[in-house]
Design a binder for this molecule. Structure first.
Ligand SMILES: NC(=O)c1ccc[n+]([C@@H]2O[C@H](COP(=O)([O-])OP(=O)(O)OC[C@H]3O[C@@H](n4cnc5c(N)ncnc54)[C@H](OP(=O)(O)O)[C@@H]3O)[C@@H](O)[C@H]2O)c1
Length: 315
């Protein structure tokens, strides 16, 4: 089995590499190997390598910057996955792609379901929505996972930012009226592999399955986040409290109680964010027989990695 991974240097891409190497010949590419603004490069790469499985973890994720670079965001978030979908279909590959809670405006009172109408507030959200559509339109065997607030021990994310700020700031103000579920890359990888197993793309030993029972396969779009919900303020407080419990306290001048809560209007950002980013994950759990642990579990796991790697001493 051959897997082509786009986005090898991103948070999620890096997390995938060891698990995919265990079950498949892997070609992992980043910006240097394949600039996704070129449709031709994507198409040639897929047609030459002829993967059985394509995992696209790459995206233009600079949400605020996208407001002033809409064309680049469109190329990476909309055009590139559409080209991948067409090429995947032509070589018979399964395409796994990731999308975002930011396809919604956040006005719904309940967690969003897969079929809820998209109404993105930002360029990032609208280009990601176009990317979803391209994948749906052109590749029959696709999995699109909509997720939220992604973090890991490596890469740039809110958890790492809070840890860094805690070294120098005695007080922080953090938004408390945007709700969602922080989701670790480790959870996204394990749930994706579970879905691929359930769809008989790989077996229990992570080996490729030659003759899959097509009746039992489920393709399409699925919400996929950690369990539970929180807001950025509560999340930040949890990160610092938990990090202190794990022995990182001597690195911080900030205490959890000095993280103050503010409304979004007091922290204007170039790209508006949805107030409700909560995604209902029932469909993914039932279809793929997965359980999605509470977001705090993922935070603790990534913090433990940061402690073990002495990551906090590096910056
Ligand atoms: N981060 C979040 O909070 C979040 C929330 C919801 C959904 N998602 C979705 O989850 C997926 C994974 O996100 P992530 O956090 O792992 O993203 P990430 O860490 O920002 O990684 C994205 C990768 O895409 C690559 N990329 C960007 N432009 C490129 C180009 N022109 N050519 C080639 N590669 C390019 C980047 O390359 P460089 O390293 O060279 O820049 C980077 O390695 C994405 O689909 C994202 O939209 C993320």
């Amino acid at each position: 089995m051959k897997t082509l991974l786009f986005g090898k240097d991103g948070q999620l891409g890096r997390e995938f590499i060891p698990s995919i190497l265990a079950c498949s010949e892997l070609l992992a590419v980043g910006r240097n190997e394949c600039d996704l603004s070129s449709s031709e490069k994507i198409q040639v790469l897929i047609e030459k390598f002829k993967p059985n499985l394509i995992i696209n973890t790459s995206a233009y994720t600079a949400v605020d910057q996208a407001q002033s670079e809409p064309e680049i965001a469109r190329l990476i978030n909309a055009q590139a996955p559409t080209v991948m979908a067409k090429a995947a279909e032509s070589v018979g590959a399964v395409l796994v792609h990731y999308s975002t809670d930011y396809v919604f405006d956040g006005l719904k009172k309940e967690p969003y379901e897969e079929l809820d109408t998209c109404s993105p507030l930002s360029v990032y959200g609208s280009t990601k929505q176009l990317g979803e559509q391209g994948v749906k339109d052109y590749c029959a065997r696709h999995l699109i996972f909509r997720t939220s607030w992604v973090f890991s021990a490596h890469g740039n994310n809110f958890l790492k930012t809070i840890l860094k700020l805690a070294k120098t700031k005695e007080e922080l103000k953090v938004i408390s009226d945007q709700w969602g579920a922080p989701t670790s890359t480790a959870l996204l990888v394990s749930a994706t592999l579970a879905a691929l197993k359930k769809n008989a793309v790989i077996n229990e030993k992570h080996e490729p399955v030659i003759r899959a029972d097509k009746q039992k396969q489920s393709w399409g779009l699925f919400n996929l986040t950690a369990g539970g919900e929180t807001n950025w303020h509560e999340y930040a407080q949890y990160v610092i409290s938990s990090a202190v419990q794990m022995g990182m306290g001597d690195k911080f001048v900030l205490q959890a109680s000095k993280i103050l809560s503010i409304p979004s209007r007091e922290y204007p950002q170039l790209a508006p964010r949805p107030l409700n980013s909560r995604l209902n994950t029932k469909k993914a759990c039932e279809t793929f027989d997965i359980q999605l642990p509470d977001w705090r579990e993922g935070v603790d796991q990534e913090l433990a990695k940061i402690v073990n790697n002495k990551e906090l001493d590096k910056n």
